[in-house]
Design a protein around this ligand. Structure first.
Ligand code: SAM
Length: 234
């Protein structure tokens, strides 16, 4: 099973021998890839719609993993109980929906559970939600597919609630910390975020709103990309 750079980055956070729950599995590409590579003990692949569940069942059976990957129609994590070392993947959904799924979930606030999240939108809000609810962001990755840059967040419960700066929520503390690992990608990511901020500021100005906080964030974001440019030239 070949998977995309985005799903590869998600897969890289799954722990060896974990029990996996893939929420919104669609075609079940991720669990099949992980089972094929002997990385997971067992998996529950779930989806809210019957069509994706049928497609997942067919792919899983065709690849010979029906014994270790079970499919269930479910809304988010309803009815799911973590079992020992459990990794929960929620990928390809909006950040607000991911927060909603986490909010309704039971039994995920334990040291055994790892959350691996790949939001499509509202990523700063998801980071803020995790911090405010006692989850520590232990790892982050960026993955590029053509023009699009995806953000992948790995979080574990510590019980310590905290806040973070606007820049950390926008770019991700771990992404900032690890920027030297892939300078070109981090630079492109900062530039994209800066362009989106510029657009937001222009819209706010038209509406006569105060743009002070956004301009400060834009300045900090530009400083990050400038640092990356310097690192690139070294
Ligand atoms: C864009 S696909 C992402 C598939 C796969 N996770 C990936 O990242 O490639 C989103 C999937 O999430 C499912 N979904 C949407 N809302 C859901 C929810 N509340 N609970 C479970 N699945 C959901 C959709 O039916 C769809 O199959």
């Amino acid at each position: 099973m070949e998977i995309t750079a985005r799903l590869m980055a998600v897969a890289s956070f799954v722990r060896e021998g974990a029990y996996l729950c893939d929420v919104g599995t669609d075609h079940a590409y991720l669990p099949i890839y992980l089972a094929e590579n002997g990385r997971i003990r067992a998996c529950l692949a779930s989806d809210i719609h019957e069509g994706p569940c049928e497609s997942a069942r067919a792919h899983i059976a065709a690849n010979g993993f029906a014994d270790i990957i079970k499919v269930k129609r479910a809304d988010g994590l309803s009815g799911f109980t973590p079992c020992g070392k459990t990794d929960i993947v929620i990928a390809g959904m909006g950040g607000a929906l991911i927060c909603e799924i986490l909010e309704k979930a039971e039994g995920i606030k334990t040291g055994d559970v790892r959350l691996i999240l790949q939001p499509m939108r509202n990523v700063p809000d998801l980071r803020a939600y995790l911090y405010e609810n006692g989850f520590d962001i232990t790892g982050e990755k960026l993955a590029r597919e053509e023009e699009r840059i995806y953000e992948i967040i790995c979080a574990e419960y510590s019980g310590e609630k905290r806040t973070a700066s606007k820049l950390s929520l926008l770019l991700g503390e771990k992404n900032i910390e690890n920027k030297a690992q892939d300078k070109a990608l981090f630079y492109a990511f900062c530039e994209k975020q800066a362009a989106a901020l510029e657009k937001k500021i222009a819209g706010m100005r038209t509406g006569g709103a105060d743009t002070g906080a956004e301009e400060e964030l834009l300045r900090e974001c530009r400083m990050q990309s400038a640092e990356c440019r310097v690192l690139n030239e070294k």
